[in-house]
Each structure stands twice: as C-alpha cells, then as structure tokens.
Design a protein around this ligand. Structure first.
Ligand code: NAP
Length: 468
C-alpha cells in the first residue's frame, strides 16, 4: 500500500514536470512563430510540447484501461493526418474544423463532469463549468458553420433579417441565465441540457449573418473562445497545463482578431454584427464598361528590365495559382539584371494572416526583401513599377477616397503612387470585398490578363531567366 502511494506521488511529480516543460514549449512556440526566421522552431516547439502534454496525461494513475484511449488516438490521427495535408488556401477552414473538434471535446468533458458531480458542485466550479460548456457549445457549431462557409458548402453571403442581433443575443442571455440558476442550484440537472443546447443553436445563428469575407477574422475569434473554454476546463479538471494552454490560445486568438480587424479598418462589432458582404454584390456591377489598358508579357518584361526599382505586391490570386516559385524566378532574373526588387506585404493579403510571408518563404525569397505595409508605403513614390500579382482589395485606392465604399478606411498599399502599375489577374472580377478597383482605370496602369503562374512564367521567359 505504502509503496503504491510512493509510486503515485513519484508519477504525479513526473507529470507536473512534463506539464511544466510542455507549457514552456507552448510559450516559446508562440514567441518563435512571430518571426519568419524562427517560425520553424516555433512549430517544432509546439509539436513537442503537445506530444509531452499527451504523454504526461497518459501517465495519470486514474487511467484504468488504455484500450479506448488507443482507439481514440488511432481515430484522431486518422482524421488529423489528412487534415494537415490540405492546400494552403484551405487552411482557414481546416483551422475552423480543429476548433470545432476541440470545442466539442471540451463540451463533452464538461457534461461528464457535471453529471458526475451534481448536485455537489461548488459555486466556483459550477461557474467555470458553465463557461466551459457555453463557450464550447457555441464554438463547436460556430466553427462548423464558419468552415462550411469558407469551403462554400454553405452560402457565403450574410443572411439577415430585422431584429436578428436581438434574437441572437437573447439566446445567449437565456443560456447565461440558466448558468446563473445552476450556480445557485446545481441540483437542477434537468436544466443542464438547455445550457448546452442553446449555445449550440446560438453558434449557428451567430455565423449566419456574417459574410464569407469576414470568416478568417471570426475563426480567429472562435479560436479565442475555444482557448477560453479549454482554460475553464483546466479549472474543472484541476489541470494547470490546460489552464496555461487555454489562456495562451484564448489571448493569441483575440490579439490576432484585433490585428486583422485593424488591418481592415473594422471594429469587432462591425465584423460580428455588420453583415459585411451584402453591399458588395450591389457595388460590384456598373463599372465594367470603362476602358483599361492591357499589355503582353513581352511588353511587361521590357518595362520591368528597364526599371531600377520594382515592388511586387502579391495577393490571393498568387496563392490560388501557386505562382510563388515562378515569382522567385522572376525575382532572380530581374535581380541578375540589376533591378532592385522588393515585396510589399499587406497584413490581410490572401486569406489568412501571414499567408504571403509563408508562400514567399516557401519559394526561398530572402526575408529582407519582404516589406511590411508601413515600411514600404512611403517608397512607392520612388518606385518605377508596382507589379501586382493576384492582389486586388489591398491595393484599392477607393479605401482612401470613397467614403461610400465598404472598405473605406482600410489601410492599403499605395501602389497608385508608383510611376507604372502592372496588374496580373485573369479578368476584371472583383476581390474578396466584391467591389470594383479604380486603380485599373488609371492611365499609368497596365492590365496583364492571365493566370498568375503562367503570366509570370511568360515574363520570366521574356526577361531571359527561369529554370528551363
Ligand atoms: P482579393 O482582393 O481577394 O483579390 C484577389 C484577386 O486575385 C481577384 O481579384 C482575382 O481576380 C485574382 N485571381 C484569382 N485567381 C487568380 C489566378 N489564378 N491568377 C491571377 N489572378 C487571380 O485579394 P487580396 O488583395 O489579397 O485581398 C485579400 C482580401 O481578403 C481582402 O479583402 C481582405 O480583407 C480579405 N481577408 C483577408 C484575411 C487575411 O487574413 N489575409 C482575413 C479576412 C479577410 P480575377 O478573378 O480577375 O483573376
């Protein structure tokens, strides 16, 4: 008996040490991921931290049978491995699915804990347990809806009706009301299913009025909710690692949502309740008849080789076309000819934060050639050519001048200040915000119509570079 207790105490200490190392690795992971030069270390630290966290949990002496755990591990890996292999452009919806699974798990654990403990649930415990299942429930269905919208399984446009926000918030208020009642009367077990069911409905209703364009920001916010619910679960299970990891997840998701909202000049309230995306269809039409000047790859190549300073502005189209390696060849060919080539990165170019940085890093474009928006904007006036590759909204001057535009106030890359602007895109289709771009009708703008990868490849051939 005494020996068993000593063994338990030793394994408890070991678990605490393993958890401590895992927590440190999670913190380092976030720190390292904030810079492209250390990002790979960050990923490794996060992965090792997670393996340690799982290993530490498996050491718990409360575990009586490993059979079901093994089945769950195999099943989870079976789902997780293919999910990790999706295209880069599908990462936002993949992330949403991960949040959905995490939140579902948190809700199930909370439910089990309630029925195991009720009616003897102390007030603090019931409060965090309620927070756990409410946030978990709404994050589960909200994330599934967000993934569905991004994958275009569900309609992207916002569905709205009069009084919608009041109806939605009333659902949340009822769930919170039930939570308060349960904190005072934890024996009222019959109310518990409502405290889960209502947030599940709220999660759906919360996403319905939000347009597809805002989904990445919403996913980041749902990430934050998933983290907070996991931290609440940490209190319920008395697990410090969960509290730390949940708090890190909760705060980093929140900070990211703030950064994204700022980069789009939108408030949280506007993202969540503004039904952004409705005006866009109306604003998209009407401008098509205006003339634009187009050019061939040969003409583009001669302008680029004659330039001293070129700034490349990549966007979502470069990601879709997977043109980053061809862009690298263009960078090499122009640099060889003595042209100074830099890249201007808008914080919300593409479909997720850091999207462009990741693609350009994958193509081995030197980090010091990548400029943040604030660093480069002052240089456009001294730039010979701004070459836009599949970017649209992030270069739209209407954001500066047109007070009626849905993107009015969003900070943009001042490409229209360059001496010549060249835009590679397939046609005159709008970008994510669904609005026309006056940049295309300027005298200094040349439209290079075509798929980003093949057009850049043609320019590279004309410049006289490339790898065959
Ligand atoms: P964008 O405004 O969505 O425009 C992308 C352009 O790429 C389109 O106009 C499209 O025109 C072109 N394109 C598509 N496929 C192409 C291909 N194969 N070859 C060449 N061109 C192609 O992209 P963006 O300028 O990167 O702006 C990002 C937008 O997403 C912003 O509105 C931003 O607010 C929003 N957003 C981003 C994030 C984020 O975290 N990054 C989060 C939330 C929202 P054609 O069809 O004519 O080719």
């Amino acid at each position: 008996m005494g020996e068993t207790l000593t063994a338990f105490a030793a394994s408890d200490t070991l678990i605490e040490v393993v958890y401590l190392i895992a927590s440190a690795l999670f913190i380092l992971s976030l720190k390292w991921m904030s810079s492209p030069t250390t990002a790979r270390h960050g990923v490794w630290a996060g992965e090792i931290g997670m393996v340690l966290a799982i290993a530490g949990t498996l050491l718990h002496h409360g575990i009586v049978d490993y059979k079901w755990i093994a089945i769950a591990l195999v099943l989870g890996s079976g789902i997780g491995i293919p999910l990790g292999m999706v295209q880069m452009t599908a990462v936002p919806q993949r992330t949403a699915l991960s949040h959905a699974f995490g939140a579902f798990c948190v809700t199930l654990v909370g439910t089990a804990e309630f029925y195991l403990r009720s009616p003897q649930v102390p007030r603090f415990m019931m409060s965090v347990l309620s927070m756990e299942v409410i946030l978990g429930g709404l994050t589960f269905t909200g994330s599934l809806m967000a993934a569905g919208k991004l994958q275009e399984i569900l309609p992207q446009r916002p569905l709205t009706y009069r009084g919608q926000n009041i109806v939605n918030l009333s659902f949340l208020a009822v769930a919170i009301g039930i939570a308060v009642y349960l904190v005072i009367h934890p024996g009222a077990r019959q109310l518990f299913p409502f405290m889960i069911g209502i947030p599940l409905i709220f999660g759906v209703l919360m996403i319905v009025p939000i347009g597809g364009a805002d989904m990445p920001t919403v996913i980041s916010l749902l990430n934050s909710y998933a983290g907070l619910s996991a931290a609440a679960m940490g209190f319920v299970l008395d697990n410090k690692l969960l509290i730390i990891a949940g708090a890190l997840d909760g705060s980093s998701g929140f900070i990211l949502s703030v950064i994204m909202s700022k980069a789009m000049n939108r408030s949280f309230a506007n993202v969540l309740f503004g039904a952004f995306g409705q005006v866009q269809t109306a604003a998209a039409g009407g401008e098509e008849a205006k003339p634009v000047r187009s050019a061939t790859a040969e003409e583009a190549a001669s302008i680029l080789t004659a330039a001293n300073k070129v700034v490349v502005v990549p966007g979502y189209g470069m990601a879709v076309a997977q043109a980053q390696h061809k862009v690298r060849e263009l960078y090499d060919a122009l640099t060889k000819k003595g042209v100074d080539v830099r890249f201007a990165i808008h914080p919300v170019a593409g479909r997720m934060p850091g999207h462009m940085n990741v693609l350009l890093a994958e193509a081995d474009i030197p980090y010091d050639r990548l400029m943040e928006m604030d660093e480069i904007n002052g240089d456009f006036a001294q730039t010979d050519v701004a070459l836009i590759i599949g970017a649209n909204d992030v270069t739209n001057p209407a954001a500066r001048t047109d007070t009626g535009s849905p993107i009015y106030g969003m900070p943009i890359l001042d490409v229209d200040k360059a001496r010549t602007v060249m835009v590679i895109k397939r046609g005159m289709s709008p970008g994510f915000a669904g609005i026309d771009n006056p940049l295309y009708y300027l005298d200094k703008t040349l439209m290079l119509f075509g798929d980003a990868k093949s057009f850049v490849s043609n320019i590279v051939r004309e410049v006289g570079g490339g790898h065959g």
